[in-house]
Design a binder for this molecule. Structure first.
Ligand code: GDP
Length: 297
């Protein structure tokens, strides 16, 4: 039931990158995401309350944008990858320079490499005494990851997520990495994307955060995610503002799913509610059959 078709080259339009921050616990992922979010609230919306929806968009002074997946830790990334979802264009690997490469750093690097996603390294906590970026460069070299300043291909940036030192340069490097990927999507078709998270909320029903990857999602459209169907009742951006539509590389909260899909599930807008229901039912059946088969074995 794959609802994907090839796009004609002339329908493709440049889109901004989707970025995930990974690294060892306490190395500063949350601090970096918080700093970036506070420093880069999209112009005209400063001061508005931002709610946590698992992903957000930041705008730089020069008009360029980045969408951050605000789900630090590997769980989200791993869950999505387990479902075959590829949402991230670039991974920032955060390494605290007072602690250097740790087991979860290695895990993060392995994940990114297995997924074929380019990495930019952020050497964090450079404001701390005893911080050593060179020690990290050496550790990485021992893992066959040669950083640019040592003649390799991997970009690095020394930062302090606490003071913000170096963070703008880090974002520049991420955008440079993204430019090399020449990211494009067709905004003119039915939306397709990936579920970031979904939950039942009192008075709102199922609230599904979706990262739109191609096409444009509009209020009123029949939708399908994982084993559930529905119809878009309302759309909200990460600032809690009601919107009418959402295009490629945009995170959006969707109201109107009839059940809660899982992180990493594929999301599609379709032509008719009947089509959405039929595919959802077929997927539920398949799931039941698979369940029976594994029980027998
Ligand atoms: P996470 O587990 O990777 O999300 O790490 P956090 O962002 O929660 O940071 C862990 C701790 O390190 C917190 O106490 C932060 O205040 C601190 N921290 C994060 N970044 C920096 C930094 O650049 N400099 C200093 N001095 N402390 C930092």
């Amino acid at each position: 039931d794959l609802l994907e078709e090839e796009d004609a080259e002339e329908d493709l339009v440049g889109r901004h990158p989707i970025v995930t921050v990974m690294g060892h616990v306490d190395h500063g992922k949350t601090s970096l995401l918080d700093y970036v979010r506070k420093a880069n609230v999209i112009a005209g919306e400063a001061g508005s309350i931002t709610q946590h929806i698992g992903a957000y968009e930041v705008g730089l002074d020069d008009g360029r944008k980045i969408t951050f997946l605000d789900t630090p830790g590997h769980e989200a990334f791993t869950a999505m990858r387990a479902r075959g979802a590829k949402v991230t264009d670039v991974v920032i690997i955060v390494i605290a320079a007072d602690d250097s490469v740790m087991p979860q750093t290695i895990e993060a690097i392995n994940h990114a490499q297995a997924a074929g996603v380019p990495m930019v390294f952020a050497f964090n906590k450079m404001d701390k005494q005893g911080a050593s970026a060179d020690k990290i460069r050496e550790q990485l070299a021992n893992m066959n990851i040669l950083v640019e300043e040592w003649g390799g291909k991997f970009q690095t940036q020394e930062i302090s997520a606490k003071s913000g030192m170096g963070v703008d340069d880090l974002l520049d490097k991420v955008l440079l990495e993204a430019e090399l990927l020449d990211l494009k999507a067709n905004p003119e078709k039915k939306a397709l994307g990936t579920v970031i998270e979904a939950a039942m909320e009192k008075g709102r029903g199922v609230v599904t955060t979706v990262l739109i990857q191609a096409g444009t999602l509009r209020v009123g459209e029949p939708i399908l995610a994982g084993q559930f169907s529905g119809r878009v009742k309302a759309l909200f951006n990460e600032r809690g503002k009601k919107i009418e539509k959402a295009g490629p590389a945009t995170p959006v909260q969707v109201l109107g799913m009839q059940g809660a899909p899982q992180a990493g599930d594929r999301f599609n807008a379709v032509e008719t509610e009947q089509e959405a229901k039929d595919i959802a039912t077929r997927r539920q059946q398949l799931q039941r059959e698979q369940g029976l088969r594994t029980q027998k074995h």
